[in-house]
Design a protein around this ligand. Structure first.
Ligand code: MRU
Length: 339
């Protein structure tokens, strides 16, 4: 496989490494992933995360496995284990489907070429999303974003955060409000890390501050990513996205969903059929870091911890895809015309 390098995944000379996102921002630790089993664990533990990156990472680990001489049955078994590692981000299913459908028979060269393509394709899709979305950002905008949708979540510059980065780099004077994103703090740990790295002015807020900031007129736009978009425009994204969309609608603030076409699921006709991942109770009962953890609830406190919620299409001002921008009211037409 070729040399490949992104913000949090890289391949060189048969060695695949990931930047362990669980340890960010305090420690920048690169971990070698030797086989698909290790990638399954890294994805489940959110060392590797973000819808586009999960697909890319799964593809690269499978390509390496094929290159190392895995038989067809070993390869297919590993592919299915990766497919099941996280259920909501459809980019993962997209990547596994691509790598497990062969022109004629199982062939490691075809697998490697397809995995490399998935990597390069993601880089290009992110660039196009940024180009399409950047025009919506104006000087002096305060943009609210949720979770992490940047270079840590993709092979390219990311989706919502990629747009923000492109707007900043084109000289627009912007400021970003970052939702901390409970329970795993992708905003507080990862988006802040990226924004600081790029020199983009930002302020971190608790998730439950967002509506109040909107009421104070301090937010001009909300930009989020997606893990799966249904054919009616409903979309799943990190828990807390739906309440942002509701609050934005109430305050007449534009709410944008940015995603590559690989996040569209043509088999899901509405948000009701998007599978939502349920995660461990411990994530809400406290917080675990590499050096230990803290639990703040009574022992065995009952918890409900879906990783994602669904935002209905009616709350979205526009979907910013790589191919084009789809405005409110145009989603069905977009699907019928293009797929
Ligand atoms: O659980 P995570 O951290 O993988 O969730 C990520 C998100 O919800 C992102 O907003 C989404 O994947 C889009 S990333 C470009």
């Amino acid at each position: 496989m070729k040399e490949l390098k992104a913000l949090s995944i890289e391949h060189s000379n048969g060695i695949l490494k990931i930047l362990d996102q669980k340890q960010l921002p305090n420690h920048e630790v690169w971990e070698q992933i030797q086989n698909p089993k290790e990638m399954v664990i890294a994805i489940k533990e959110l060392k590797v995360r973000g819808a586009p990156l999960i697909g890319v990472a799964a593809a690269l680990s499978l390509a390496l496995y094929a290159e190392q001489g895995a038989s067809e049955s070993e390869f297919m078994r590993a592919a299915e284990q990766l497919r099941e590692s996280r259920p909501t981000a459809v980019n993962l299913m997209y990547a596994i489907d691509k790598l497990t459908q062969f022109e004629t028979v199982f062939n490691k060269y075809e697998v490697i070429a397809k995995a490399e393509n998935i990597f390069y394709e993601d880089v290009a899709l992110c660039e196009r999303i940024a180009k399409n979305g950047e025009k919506f950002i104006e000087d002096d905008d305060n943009i609210l974003t949720h979770c992490n949708t940047g270079g840590l979540a993709a092979a390219g510059i990311g989706t919502a955060l990629g747009i923000i980065k492109a707007a900043f780099e084109s000289g627009k004077k912007i400021h970003v409000y970052v939702d901390e994103t409970r329970p795993l703090l992708q905003g507080g740990r990862l988006t802040t890390w990226e924004l600081k790295k790029y020199g983009i002015p930002y302020t971190l807020i608790c998730d439950n501050m967002a509506a109040a900031l909107m009421a104070q007129g301090k937010i001009q736009k909300v930009l989020v990513g997606a893990d799966r978009i249904a054919t009616n425009g409903d979309f799943a994204n990190k828990t807390g996205t739906y309440s942002l969309a509701l609050a934005a609608k109430y305050h007449h603030i534009d709410f944008y969903c940015a995603a590559p076409v690989t996040t569209l699921d043509l088999k899901c006709s509405s948000g009701k059929s998007i599978p939502i991942e349920q995660r461990a109770n411990e994530e809400v009962r406290g917080f675990q870091v590499s050096s230990g953890g803290v639990e703040w609830t009574p022992k065995n406190c009952d918890v409900y911890n879906p990783a994602f919620d669904v935002t209905p299409a009616g709350l979205v001002t526009a979907w910013i895809f790589d191919s084009n921008v789809v405005n409110q009211g145009e989603f069905n037409n977009y699907i019928t015309k293009n797929f």
